[in-house]
Write a new protein. Structure first.
Length: 174
């Protein structure tokens, strides 16, 4: 059975945008290694990573929710519909054999924080997590300072400047 990586990121980027292209590239790299993609299933980064995975022969799972009025993206090979944001988040965590956090806003921050907290509380077995981009490098660095003070486990989230290094890390740690 193929492994699945849950990818979190913004719904805003459009085809041709740098963030969209990077997500597409990530999907292609992981898909070419027979790694399936799971995402929130809508537009932007979720669409791009799904497209890249499917074009490389992998599956693209989308976890959608009643809350959003958007249509799921056309690249999904499987859709899981949920009734609430909490159910959606639970499925995104459950389905991932690892996680990638790409650029995004507060929703993406919540997703990263949820994975991190589940690890810290022992609610989820530790899995590889990679966050890509300067914003996440800064946020993770600041949180690591606080986590150290609180004497919790550090180095649970790896940060990268580009998707290629991120993909290498995920592939080698599955």
């Amino acid at each position: 059975m193929n492994k699945t990586i849950t990818v979190f990121g913004s719904s805003i980027p459009l085809p041709g945008d740098f963030e969209y292209q990077e997500a597409y590239k990530l999907g292609r790299i992981l898909g070419s290694e027979n790694i399936n993609i799971c995402s929130g299933g809508y537009n932007g980064i979720m669409e791009a990573v799904s497209k890249g995975a499917v074009e490389s022969g992998a599956e693209a799972i989308g976890v959608t929710v009643d809350f959003f009025s958007s249509e799921p993206n056309r690249y999904l090979t499987k859709k899981i519909h949920t009734k609430s944001l909490f159910e959606r988040l639970e499925n995104l965590l459950r389905l991932g054999d690892g996680f990638v956090v790409l650029p995004g806003g507060t929703g993406t921050l919540v997703e990263l924080a949820l994975v991190w907290e589940h690890f810290n509380k022992g609610l989820l077995a530790q899995k590889p997590v990679a966050a890509v981009g300067e914003m996440w490098i800064d946020i993770v660095s600041k949180m690591e300072e606080r986590i150290t003070i609180e004497k919790r486990q550090t180095k649970l989230i790896k940060t990268f400047k580009e998707v290629e290094s991120c993909a290498d890390y995920i592939i080698s740690n599955l």
